[in-house]
Design a protein around this ligand. Structure first.
Ligand code: PLP
Ligand code: COI
Length: 339
């Protein structure tokens, strides 16, 4: 495969196959391999009207030893199961999730970026209600499918500090809404405020808790973390997505002998952090170099020398070393394949 691996954007790139599985008559069918980029669904499908849709994002990496590593797929499977229950969709069990994901990666193995190019294969499982309903009710038919796309960094700067702004005129999720699961509606709710942030030169908006606007929720499609001395701090909130990357960084921070605090993080505390960053499968670790709050006039600067902070750098290097098979996977996070 001849792609400009080093300059891959985080975007859709056509590959060879996707893998599909249909839920009909109360059960999942066989895996189907497709080379079509389109799906044919009923115009009254619940995913089109009532948001019966969930997706996941995980990555496969071509390692230093030439092998392929899939990172923490079980966490994504569990999260998709929660998402399904949250919007009353048929549940994809671990076995079906795993078989579909691995098949999609293997069939497109030529699209896994070579080791050393700073890129990976993004895997996008998705589950949609395909059954027709006009009343507000769950569908009785579903499609689970997985496609893949070779990608570079989500924030085009890669591991370089970015500017972010606090968003106060929109919420991506309600306090008891669907922010804790990965359903499409959350992203629809964030489109306008993310566009506003981008139009104003920021890499992302930072959302606050919807009830009081007092605490940090998350950074667009990524969790927030702050480093204060020897402590890794990350928000605890029902309206943020439980990030697999964040969960992993928490373990890596502990490995470094750091304390970890998962608790509400007040906006005022931002000035006390030595380093702040966004983390996620797509974002990996994206250090934040400035945060503006246009309402309060707050303007904070981090990374004063222009470089990511030392702890963020250590966490980033350790995470990537595990994902690319450069260092031992002491937490048992990767499944290794020979294809
Ligand atoms: N928060 C949101 C809203 C996201 O969409 C994502 C991406 O999946 C994350 C956080 C990061 O989660 P993860 O590390 O599991 O990719
Ligand atoms: C991810 O990090 O996997 C995401 O889903 C982020 C985004 C592109 C929605």
């Amino acid at each position: 495969m001849n792609l400009d691996w080093k300059n891959l954007p985080f975007g859709y790139q056509k590959t060879r196959y996707n893998v599909r599985c249909y839920y009909r008559d109360g059960k999942w069918g066989e895996l189907e391999i497709s080379s079509s980029e389109t799906i044919n669904i009923h115009m009254a499908a619940t995913c089109l009207h009532y948001g019966q849709e969930a997706f996941e994002g995980l990555k496969a990496y071509r390692g230093k030893d030439g092998k392929v590593r899939l990172f923490r797929w079980k966490e994504n499977a569990a999260r998709m199961q929660n998402s399904s229950k949250g919007v009353l969709m048929a549940v994809v069990d671990d076995d079906l999730f795993y078989r579909t994901v691995v098949k999609a990666v293997e069939l497109n193995k030529d699209f896994i970026p070579p080791y050393g190019e700073g890129a990976s294969l993004y895997v996008r499982p998705m589950l949609i209600g395909t059954g027709a309903q006009v009343g507000v009710k769950p569908a009785n038919e579903y499609l689970f499918m997985v496609f893949v796309s070779p990608v570079g960094p989500y924030f085009k700067e890669g591991f370089k500090p970015v500017d972010m702004m606090i968003c106060r005129d929109a919420d991506r999720a309600a306090p008891l809404g669907t922010g804790h699961i990965k359903v499409g509606g959350n992203y629809a709710a964030s489109l306008a405020s993310l566009k506003d942030a981008h139009d104003n030169g920021y890499a992302s908006a930072i959302y606050l808790d919807a009830r009081e606007k007092k605490y940090i929720d998350e950074c667009g499609p990524a969790n927030f973390f702050g480093i204060k001395g020897n402590t890794y701090v990350t928000p605890d909130s029902h309206s943020i997505l439980p990030s697999v990357t964040n969960k992993s960084l928490i373990e890596l921070a502990k490995d470094l002998g750091m304390n970890v605090e998962r608790r509400p993080v007040p906006v005022e505390e931002l000035k006390e952090f030595d380093e702040v960053g966004a983390c996620g499968t797509a974002a990996v670790i994206t250090p934040i170099k400035s945060i503006d709050d246009h309402t309060t006039g707050l303007k904070l600067h981090y990374c004063k020398d222009g470089n990511p902070g030392p702890i963020s750098t250590k966490l980033y290097e350790r995470l990537l070393a595990i994902q690319y098979g450069e260092e031992p996977d002491t937490h048992g996070w990767v499944d290794v394949f020979d294809f």
